[in-house]
Design a protein around this ligand. Structure first.
Ligand SMILES: Cc1cc2nc3c(=O)[nH]c(=O)nc-3n(C[C@H](O)[C@H](O)[C@H](O)COP(=O)(O)OP(=O)(O)OC[C@H]3O[C@@H](n4cnc5c(N)ncnc54)[C@H](O)[C@@H]3O)c2cc1C
Ligand code: FES
Length: 333
């Protein structure tokens, strides 16, 4: 059975099946509600249920009991059981962005330690537009999905770049690293997805990435460079060893194109001759920016880093709670 979902305050409506999550139904209607993991882990899709009844598809791990009492629900974990009104102050209405399923060809794979930079060739006849910070889903042959942030897209060549971290036994990443998946192989992708985007506030920026969390930040740097952004940007990129700094050269180039951008590598397991920063990105950023009251922060990658950074910066460095933007790379399974 289909139920009508009304989003407040935008007043937008759409229909959702009783067996489908409220979030998935919105995405199927190209309504880009805030989300990231789609599995109840990150809390990005949290909303207030103003009227109607829902059914939980699983335990709401990102919601505590007090929030539950206030009718907070995770849209990725709840199905409608009646018509619903849902309050989502962080969603201002349709962006007219069309989510498409596209066949893409693997054009180039560069492997560096546990990371791969992959260029996908999209068909030239289909237009693809996205906002820096968004991601695509790769739909595997068994229908499972794996999410990858867009590190760049060239509208002239129709090439889209993703960064892939190796996971042992990974349904998508392992075949890339052991050669079962190669150039010229075709992939089914869906996108653009996600609500991690640049704010238009003209403030200095702190950017934090762990591992492939760098990907959406690179897209953002390119976008800021095109906009001739002139505020300061401090990017901290955390990986285990120096060999894991898989895109350092391109990052240098991107920072050179901006008037006031600087990036700092932070290694958690450096070799004995490493003279750069050591530890965790959130700690190094806090050491270097004791007062963050005038900054916006974008954090991307490991969910623990993101949770710690948000707690540290808001409690110890005066960062406003609405000045922290994040994209959690939660595992699919
Ligand atoms: C919005 C979003 C954007 C993302 N963007 C990127 C990106 O740009 N680049 C990227 O590399 N990843 C990204 N991720 C994470 C990626 O989608 C998952 O890590 C995915 O599960 C990896 O698929 P796989 O087939 O390699 O491994 P899977 O088959 O999913 O898992 C294999 C094994 O590895 C473990 N595992 C998988 N992912 C993780 C993880 N992140 N941390 C710890 N253990 C894990 C699993 O538990 C399992 O045991 C993103 C996730 C989200 C939600
Ligand atoms: S908790 Fe719903 S998208 Fe992460």
């Amino acid at each position: 059975m289909n139920y009508q979902i009304t989003l407040l305050p935008s007043g937008e409506t759409y229909f959702a099946d009783e067996n489908q999550s409220i979030l998935q139904a919105a995405l199927n209607n190209s309504i880009m509600l805030p989300h990231a993991c789609k599995s109840g882990c990150c809390g990005a899709c949290k909303a207030q249920l103003r009227s109607g009844t829902t059914r939980s598809m699983q335990e709401n791990s990102a919601i505590n009991l007090t929030e539950n009492d206030q009718h907070e629900i995770l849209l990725c974990c709840h199905t409608p059981q009646s018509n619903l009104s849902i309050y989502l102050p962080q969603y201002s209405g349709q962006t007219n962005q069309v989510v498409k399923k596209i066949k893409a060809r693997i054009d180039h794979i560069r492997i560096c330690n546990h990371y791969a930079v992959i260029h996908l060739q999209l068909p030239s006849k289909k237009t693809f537009t996205y906002q820096a910070g968004q991601y695509i889903d790769i739909i595997l042959q068994n229908g499972q999905r794996r999410s990858y942030s867009i590190a760049g897209y060239n509208a002239n060549t129709h090439q889209l770049i993703i960064h892939v971290r190796y996971h042992e036994g990974g349904a998508f990443s392992a075949p890339i690293f052991d050669g079962r998946m190669q150039c010229k192989d075709m992939l089914q992708i869906e996108g653009p997805l996600g609500s991690f985007q640049l704010s238009d506030q003209p403030k200095d920026l702190i950017m934090l990435a762990t591992g492939t969390g760098l990907a959406p930040l690179m897209a953002m740097l390119s976008c800021l460079s095109e906009q001739h952004f002139s505020q300061n940007i401090y990017l901290y990129w955390g990986v285990a060893t120096e060999q894991d700094l898989y895109d350092a050269q391109l990052l240098d180039q991107l920072c050179d194109q901006l008037s006031n951008a600087k990036w700092t590598p932070v290694l958690s397991r450096p070799a004995s001759d490493w003279t750069g920063k050591q530890g965790y990105v959130q700690q190094i950023a806090l050491q270097q920016h004791a007062d963050m009251s005038q900054y916006l922060v974008y954090a991307c990658g490991n969910p623990q880093m993101i949770a710690q950074a948000q707690a540290l910066f808001t409690s110890q460095a005066n960062l406003a709670t609405n000045a922290f933007f994040a994209d959690n790379f939660t595992p699919t399974i």
